[in-house]
Ligand binder design. Structure first.
Ligand code: ATP
Length: 223
């Protein structure tokens, strides 16, 4: 998706807060784990939500996109038809880059704005940035540490078919189009294994939370 320089945007220069990137594969449990972290006190910034907000009707990106792609990308509800738009840019790198140029800097600006607001409220916040395509979009520089929520590809297929009522074949096709989850796990600072029951996952998330708090404490001591 993005070139790294699209995202080269400074976060406040204080080491008191921590931004944890939360990623994983499709249906691996990112949302589930993010909610657990939120309950423990980590405010959440959801990149999927930011991506939708920056192109909402009335936002500058909305008009730019309609001017460039035409009225046919507006859905019946007056909002952008994101499926149609993805279809258009899927095999057209030039138009894809145009679209990214209209959206990525704004998503990034919204992210930085939200981080600033959160650390104004709590300078020691552990902020989670939930970014499904964190590695694919080269967003590692935006976060201090990366958590990968891991399940095996077979479990991904199983949960995806159940949740989205799709066939195994379709689920495998979706997985094949993504960076394999094992490659993501290899690049993680932390891994939560979400294969078992929710209690097992929650135990790992609580341990991770304590570890992050401890990291912050030691950092503060080191000055
Ligand atoms: P997506 O990539 O589609 O946004 P996600 O990574 O956020 O998905 P979730 O929505 O958290 O994943 O979980 C995917 C599905 O698996 C959901 O239906 C969820 O209820 C279920 N699920 C998550 N964790 C577990 C678990 N430990 N045991 C059983 N089911 C689970």
């Amino acid at each position: 998706m993005a070139e790294r320089d699209h995202w080269d945007f400074p976060l406040p220069e204080t080491s008191d807060f921590l931004v944890l990137g939360v990623t994983g594969g499709i249906a691996s449990g990112k949302t589930t784990v993010a909610h657990m972290l939120a309950e423990l006190g980590a405010p959440m910034i959801d990149f999927d939500l930011l991506a939708r907000e920056v192109v909402a009707p009335g936002q500058p990106a909305f008009q730019e996109i309609v001017d460039y792609f035409g009225q046919e990308v507006i859905g019946e509800d007056g909002a952008l038809d994101r499926m149609r738009l993805s279809g258009i840019v899927f095999r057209d790198p030039t138009r894809r880059r145009m679209l990214e140029g209209m959206t990525h800097p704004r998503i990034l600006a919204a992210f930085v704005h939200q981080v600033r607001q959160l650390i104004e409220k709590d300078p020691h916040a552990i902020v989670q940035a939930v970014v499904p395509l964190l590695f694919e979009t080269h967003l590692e520089p935006l976060v201090h540490k990366v958590l990968v929520v891991y399940v095996s590809p077979d479990t991904q297929v199983d949960r995806l078919t159940r949740r989205d009522q799709i066939s195994q074949e379709d689920a495998r096709r979706i997985l094949d189009a993504q960076m394999p989850i094992d490659q993501k796990a290899a690049r993680a600072d932390f891994i939560v294994r979400n294969e078992g029951g929710l209690d097992e996952t929650r135990k790992q998330v609580t341990a991770l939370w304590q570890q992050l708090k401890e990291m912050q404490r030691l950092d503060a001591q080191a000055g």
